[in-house]
Ligand binder design. Structure first.
Ligand code: FMN
Length: 334
C-alpha cells in the first residue's frame, strides 16, 4: 500500500493517534514491535499557531519511528492551514486531520467530530490544507454524528476529491463515543465503492490477530489501525503480525518480559519528558502493563503514586521477583 509516496508493507497495521498515549516513547516501542505507521497525539491548531511549547513538543519525531504522521485538529480553516504548515516544517511523513474527536469541548465547538455536522466546511478545510502543504494529507473520521446522521458514505468521495491520500474510518458515531462495538459493515461499504481509490484504513476494536484477520478478510480494508489494545501492550503489533502470517496465536510475554518492556518505556519517557512528567505520564501505562495480576493492589498503588525514579525501578524489579515465571497462575480470571 502507498500513502502518497510512503510505502507501507502488506497487511498494514497502524498505531492509532491517542492523546496522552502516543508520545515519542510509546511510538518507539510500537515501532519496535512492528507497527507500520504511527501517529502523534492530536495537536490543537490554535496552540500551534500561538507557539504553545507543550504542543510544539508533540511535533517532535525521530527517524527511528518513521513513518509517523502528525495529527492536527481545530475549527478554523485559517488556523488549520497555518498549523499544517507548522506541522510540515517539523518533517513528519504525513499530516492527518482529525474529524473524529468526540470530546464535548472540542466537538461542540465544531472541531474534531463536530466537523461531521458541517460537511461543506469539512471539505473546504481539507482542500485548503491539501493545497497548503507538500506532504501527503490524510483524514481520520467517524461514521457520522449519530445513528440518524450517518454521513461517511456521503463524504468519502468529496474528501478523496480534495486530494487526500488515505481515509481512516473509526466505525462509530460521535454519539457512541467509545461504547458498543464498531460497525465495520459501513467501513466495508466504503471500501467496496468503485469510486473510491485511496486507501481505506479501518479502525475500531482491533485487539488481536483474529479481529485483525477478520477485518482484512471480511471488509477488505487496505490497512487496519489499532488503539486501545496497544495500551500497556505494545507487543500487540507483533502478535497480530504473527497471526496474520502463520495463523498461530503467540503466547503473552511472561512477567519478566513485560517488566523489561515497561522499563524500556519508562526510560524513554524519562528521556523525553521534562521534570516529573516522565513519571506521571507512565502511570496510565503501568496500570495497563500489569492489569489482572493477582494480589497486585498494594504494589500497584505504590507504582502509581511514587514520584521517585529509583523507587519505581525497584518496584518494577519487585514485580519480576514476586511473580517470576509462574505466568498463568499470576492472573485473576478477566
Ligand atoms: C485515550 C485515547 C485517546 C485518543 N486520542 C485520539 C486522538 O488524539 N486522535 C484521534 O484521532 N483519535 C483518538 N482516539 C481514538 C483512537 O484513535 C481510535 O479511533 C479509537 O480508540 C478506536 O480504536 P480502538 O478500538 O482500536 O481503540 C483516542 C482514543 C483513546 C482511547
Amino acid at each position: 500500500m502507498k500513502i502518497g509516496t510512503i510505502d507501507i508493507p502488506e497487511y498494514p497495521l497502524l498505531l492509532a493517534p491517542m492523546e496522552d498515549i502516543t508520545d515519542r516513547s510509546f511510538r518507539k516501542l510500537c515501532k519496535m514491535f512492528g507497527a507500520d505507521l504511527l501517529y502523534t497525539e492530536f495537536v490543537a491548531s490554535e496552540a500551534l499557531i500561538r507557539n504553545i511549547d507543550k504542543s510544539l513538543k508533540k511535533l517532535q519525531i525521530d527517524d527511528d519511528e518513521r513513518p509517523t504522521g502528525i495529527q492536527i485538529y481545530g475549527h478554523s480553516i485559517d488556523a488549520m492551514v497555518e498549523a499544517a504548515k507548522i506541522a510540515e516544517a517539523a518533517r513528519p511523513d504525513l499530516i492527518d486531520i482529525n474529524y473524529g474527536c468526540p470530546v464535548k469541548k472540542i466537538a461542540n465547538r465544531g472541531a474534531g467530530a463536530g466537523m461531521l455536522r458541517d460537511i461543506p466546511k469539512m471539505i473546504k478545510m481539507t482542500k485548503a490544507i491539501v493545497d497548503a502543504v507538500k506532504l501527503p494529507v490524510t483524514v481520520k473520521t467517524r461514521l457520522g454524528w449519530d445513528t440518524d446522521s450517518i454521513v461517511i458514505d456521503k463524504i468519502a468521495k468529496p474528501l478523496q476529491d480534495t486530494g487526500i491520500k488515505a481515509l481512516t474510518i473509526h466505525g462509530r458515531t460521535r454519539s457512541q463515543l467509545y461504547k458498543g462495538m464498531s460497525d465495520w459493515t459501513l467501513i466495508g461499504k466504503i471500501k467496496e465503492n468503485s469510486d473510491i481509490h485511496i486507501p481505506i484504513i479501518g479502525n475500531g476494536d482491533i485487539k488481536d490477530g483474529v479481529s485483525a484477520k477478520n477485518a482484512f478478510d471480511k471488509y477488505r480494508v487496505d490497512a487496519i489501525m489499532t488503539g486501545r489494545a496497544s495500551i500497556g501492550k505494545p507487543w500487540v503489533f507483533k502478535e497480530i503480525k504473527h497471526y496474520l502470517k502463520t495463523g498461530e496465536i503467540l503466547p503473552e510475554p511472561d512477567i519478566t518480559e513485560k517488566v523489561n518492556i515497561a522499563k524500556t518505556h519508562f526510560t524513554l519517557s524519562l528521556k523525553y519528558k521534562e521534570g516529573k512528567r516522565g513519571i506521571f505520564e507512565m502511570r496510565r501505562h503501568f496500570a495497563h502493563y500489569f492489569k489482572g495480576l493477582r494480589n497486585f493492589k498494594e504494589l500497584r498503588l505504590k507504582l502509581l503514586t511514587s514520584t521517585n525514579v529509583d523507587e519505581i525501578s525497584d518496584l518494577l524489579d519487585e514485580i519480576k521477583y514476586i511473580y517470576g515465571n509462574k505466568n498463568q497462575e499470576n492472573y485473576v480470571q478477566q
